[in-house]
Design a protein around this ligand. Structure first.
Ligand code: PLP
Length: 415
């Protein structure tokens, strides 16, 4: 018996416990999702055995005829889904995709202009202790204090002042859509390249519920495991003129052999993302986030200092603002964890509390929408969260309401 359970019961036990955790709790980390069974199946195949350095039709190893088929399917589907001229499906992760894009188009010391980490940007958009902040010269733009939206006037001012080689648009924690046309105009004015990192909202773009950055940007990077709902991995889309540079930055520039089993899973996810079920799922995702934002801005919440950054959401997440609440981000995260809801605490812009504590929560709906939650279910989830963030609450009753939802929507019934 070569099964995992027989061969390595310790790992098997932890995997089983993780499956149970995912089944028995409400997953509301905005960057997470549940990969469909077909995606997990594709990833767990013998394609993991294959070395395939190079690209379809131009490999440095023999025996690549079948992985070529798989990788070409993933490339063609990515291009078709997002209307891109060029796609590279090999980056092992979103961070790798950004690294490759920088290596392809920039030189060490070049200036990039990206959204401040504390205002919703990602580590790879120029954080000082990330490679992007060490190798490049990062300048940060911010969101406006009054309404929590990107300060495009500041972006324009900083672009004129610093003449960045690249402007980075995209975010890890931001509840609104970006104005890609405005970013493009600013980039053109100062002769900068425009990179859009759509890691978070790629699924919404695929479903037509969010503007597509591809027509505006020189390069678009994404993860494949967030709203897109595929395997953990990265993807780069680009204008044809940058295709060669992007490909050689990924391999041999930064990576060795591609993970063809993950690329197979990406191909499956990209096929699914073109379907109607996927569109419906993304619609429920955005509707769920709106329902949550509406609930948390009702007087019974705002009276206790709970609010929502930017007053609402257009996407798959809500940023809960606890600056005026007695509850800090850490306590709120722990409280929700205690009743069976998983979220992450998140610093709000100009957060008065320390970074390990924070005054905010990032709450996302993609995983629950994948689980089948509809507007009525999200209304119940929103009320559970609203009650849990009050000064006094009945943990036992809320735990029971969470468990009722968990039972209503079984996860991975076939596994
Ligand atoms: N870009 C953005 C905007 C992200 O939010 C993230 C992950 O959270 C990444 C890139 C990095 O992705 P990965 O964790 O796959 O490296």
């Amino acid at each position: 018996d070569q099964s995992l359970e027989k061969l390595d019961p310790e790992v098997a036990k932890a995997v089983g416990a993780e499956l149970a955790r995912q089944r028995d709790t409400l997953e509301m980390i905005a960057s997470e999702n549940f990969a469909p069974q077909a995606v997990i199946e594709a990833q767990g195949t013998v394609l993991t055995n294959k070395y395939a350095e190079g690209y379809p039709g131009r490999r440095y190893y023999g025996g690549c005829e079948h992985v070529d088929v798989v990788e070409q399917l993933a490339i063609d589907r990515a291009k078709a889904l997002f209307g891109a001229e060029h796609a590279n499906v090999q980056p092992h992760s979103g961070a790798q995709a950004n690294t490759a894009a920088y290596f392809a188009l920039l030189k060490p010391g070049d200036t990039i202009l990206g959204l401040d980490l504390a205002h919703g940007g990602h580590l790879t958009h120029g954080m000082k202790i990330n490679y992007s902040g060490k190798i490049l010269n990062p300048v940060a733009y911010h969101v406006r204090e009054e309404d929590g939206t990107v300060d495009y006037d500041e972006v324009e001012k900083l672009a004129r002042e610093h003449h960045p080689k690249m402007i980075v648009a995209g975010w890890s924690a931001y509840p609104r859509q970006l104005d890609f046309a405005r970013f493009r105009r600013i980039a053109d004015e100062v002769g900068a390249l425009l990179l859009v990192d759509m890691a978070h909202f790629a699924g919404l773009v695929a479903a037509g519920l969010h503007p597509n950055p591809v027509p505006y940007a020189d390069v678009v990077t994404t993860t494949t495991h967030k709203t897109l709902g595929g395997p953990r991995g990265g993807l780069i889309l680009a204008k044809e003129e940058y295709g060669k540079k992007i490909n050689s930055a990924v391999f041999p520039g930064m990576q060795g052999g591609p993970l063809e089993h993950v690329i197979a899973a990406k191909a499956v996810a990209l096929k699914m993302a073109a379907g109607e079920d996927f569109t419906d799922r993304q619609r429920r995702t955005v509707a769920g986030a709106r329902i949550l934002a509406d609930r948390l801005t009702q007087p019974d919440c705002t009276e206790t200092g709970v609010n929502v950054l930017s007053g609402g959401t257009d996407v798959h997440l809500v940023l809960v603002d606890l600056v005026n609440s007695q509850l800090n981000g850490q306590e709120a995260e722990d409280r929700l964890h205690d009743i069976g809801i998983t979220v992450n605490r998140n610093a709000v812009p100009n957060d008065p509390r320390p970074p390990m504590v924070t005054s905010g929560l990032r709450v996302g709906t993609p995983a629950l929408a994948t689980r089948g939650f509809d507007d009525a279910d999200f209304t119940e989830v929103a009320d559970i969260i609203a009650q849990a963030l009050k000064p006094t609450y009945d943990a036992e009753a809320l735990r029971g309401r969470v468990q009722a939802l968990v039972r209503k929507h079984p996860l991975y019934p076939g596994i």
